[in-house]
Design a protein around this ligand. Structure first.
Ligand SMILES: Cc1cc2nc3c(=O)[nH]c(=O)nc-3n(C[C@H](O)[C@H](O)[C@H](O)COP(=O)(O)OP(=O)(O)OC[C@H]3O[C@@H](n4cnc5c(N)ncnc54)[C@H](O)[C@@H]3O)c2cc1C
Length: 539
């Protein structure tokens, strides 16, 4: 057995496993297909698995890619552990179905898959909209290893105007039969390479630091889904407050991100077993959002890096202040709801939608920092990190699309609305434990004698706000209003309107350009933008 722990360095050829001569070579008259798993870590309703199963031999493979591991790796150790749970579960699923588990490899996927090609294997994998590294990796394996990317996730890839009839197409896909295959007719050629999850965890010293991270895998995902279906009626009331959401929303996001279940499996299960009602409607609409955001990234990779509306490219660059960024990342902004959320994100790798949106809004609108740094921080820490949802949501919450109405989250109002008794804040910001509830939305306003009597010294035990809320909000508003008409103009460009893909389509984009662009000026010296100040709404 090859001991990875003793390998001299990741750049060395020794780390490329398996060796070429260990791979079962196919004879000229034999046909075999490797299923290369990245996401979609399940064997049911999995189009690539179903395709490989029609071959004479099937070989399910996972490649441990050094790019994701180590101090500079693309994922935090807790997400890596979740992935490893998923792989154990996936291997068990294969074992139960075919008598053999997953084959594990290590190294640059181009090199590993190249060896399988040399041994005569075809290679299939699911097409997925993926992150910056994943995109160039996929391009390389397509070009150099002739990997076939299988279309089977419900996204539209067969026409330029992907959004025309999109809702109908995706609905039909959700309702259609799942991909199926018969294990009884399959011969698996999986083999032991000497690399397994244990050797990889030792080699990379995987030490998950987050707490209460769920166990990965299709088994735990099913348990969560069936328990959630029983309490679906309570879902609408549990979405917004962070403490209620923790157990009140489905908690399925990491399982969907790694594909332990397909979105279609979830929808079909809910349709069959959950009671009809508002909870069901709201939940299913969110599963459509999942596909909606995936489609966005599939259509335009720029979401990961570039402001969708060019007017906002580099918008906060001159305001960049590493101290403000650090205060936000580590929960020391002086806004308790933001600090509690950011510490929760770092400690648990999960936040509910409203708290994610509030943290993004405060970061971009109040601290006025470059959006990508914030989005990358989320992406690193979220267990459910999805390149498609995270980066597109960041751009939407920051207002980089250029819609006329901009929603700003007020972190003080969020305390009053979503955590009035301070349960969430006190859990994550223990410095404020003894502060009376009525001051939690604005600790810096606590009278000195109250601070003395409860023993919390604001400015000493807990920071004053790193920016003045009203001043910062006004400053952003002025800057935003100064470019808002230009941003609306940009939406008249059909390429930009197509990328933005908001409800109402390109007609809606053209309408915004006409009604809010520079030609819509009311004649005021500033181009009429003052007329729109009411478009800033506080959430
Ligand atoms: C700035 C920001 C970044 C985000 N990054 C991610 C991310 O990386 N990965 C991720 O899965 N979600 C992300 N979301 C969306 C949302 O916050 C999470 O999907 C949700 O909190 C996950 O918890 P849940 O599975 O219990 O949600 P539920 O409420 O139970 O929803 C079920 C599923 O629907 C989908 N869904 C729910 N809300 C949304 C939404 N607003 N947009 C798209 N799909 C949605 C998800 O797949 C989710 O798992 C982000 C939201 C914001 C504002």
């Amino acid at each position: 057995m090859i001991r990875l722990v003793h390998m001299p360095g990741l750049g060395s050829d020794d780390t490329l496993i398996p060796q070429g001569d260990a791979i079962p070579t196919l004879a000229d008259d034999e046909a075999g297909t490797v299923v290369w798993h990245r996401e979609h870590l399940r064997i049911r309703d999995q189009a690539a698995v179903a395709r490989a199963a029609s071959s004479e031999y099937m070989l399910p493979l996972f490649v441990f890619d050094p790019a994701f591991y180590g101090a500079e790796g693309l994922a935090c150790d807790s997400r890596v552990r979740f992935l490893h749970d998923c792989l154990t579960d996936l291997s068990d699923q294969y074992h139960t179905a075919t008598g053999r588990g997953l084959t594990y490899a290590h190294g640059d996927p181009v090199d590993v898959l190249g060896r399988f090609r040399e041994a005569g294997w075809d290679i299939v994998t699911m097409a997925v909209p993926t992150g910056r590294y994943g995109r160039q990796r996929d391009r390389r394996v397509r070009d150099q290893c002739d990997v076939t990317f299988i279309d089977g996730d419900g996204l539209v890839r067969d026409r330029v105007e992907t959004r025309e009839g999109w809702q109908d197409d995706v609905s039909a896909w959700f309702a259609a039969d799942q991909y199926d295959w018969d294990p009884g007719t399959v011969s698996s050629r999986s083999f032991d390479t000497g690399v397994d999850i244990g050797t990889i965890e030792d080699h990379y010293d995987i030490t998950p630091s987050k707490s209460a991270v769920p166990r990965g895998g299709t088994g735990p995902a099913h348990e969560r889904l069936s328990a959630f279906a029983e309490r679906l009626d309570d879902y609408p009331g549990n979405i917004s407050a962070p403490t209620d959401a923790r157990d009140g929303t489905s908690g399925l996001s990491p399982y969907l991100a790694f594909g332990c279940l397909s979105v279609r499996q979830v929808i079909q299960y809910i349709n069959e077993y959950a009671p009809d009602g508002r909870g069901k409607e709201m939940f299913i609409s969110r599963l459509f959002w999942n596909k909606h955001y995936e489609q966005k990234l599939e259509d335009w990779a720029g979401w990961l890096d570039t402001a969708v509306n060019p007017v906002f490219e580099g918008f906060n660059a001159e305001q960049y202040d590493p101290d403000l960024v650090a205060a936000w990342k580590h929960g020391r902004t002086g806004f308790p709801m933001v600090d509690a959320s950011m510490r929760c994100l770092k400690e648990m790798g999960w936040l509910n939608f409203r708290m994610r949106a509030m943290c993004a809004s405060v970061y971009y609108h109040l601290l006025q920092q470059p959006w990508r740094i914030g989005a990358d921080w989320f992406y690193h820490h979220l267990i459910d990190a999805s390149a498609a949802i995270n980066y597109t949501q960041w751009q939407s919450q920051c207002g980089l699309i250029g819609k006329p109405a901009l929603r700003l989250y007020n972190p003080r109002k969020q305390v009053r609305d979503q955590d009035p008794d301070g349960e969430f804040i006190r859990r994550w910001v223990p410095e404020l434990e003894a502060l009376p509830d009525e001051y939690l939305d604005r600790p810096e306003g606590t009278p000195v004698h109250v601070q003395a009597s409860c023993g919390v010294d604001i400015g000493e035990d807990y920071p004053r706000p790193v920016v003045d809320y009203d001043v910062a909000r006004q400053a952003f508003r002025r800057r935003y209003e100064a470019v808002r008409a230009d941003a609306a103009d940009a939406l008249s460009d059909s390429t930009i309107a197509r990328r933005a893909s908001f409800s109402g389509g390109r007609e809606a984009a053209a309408r915004i350009a006409a009604e809010h662009g520079t030609d819509a000026s009311t004649g005021a010296e500033d181009g009429g933008t003052q007329t729109s100040l009411g478009s800033f709404s506080d959430e």
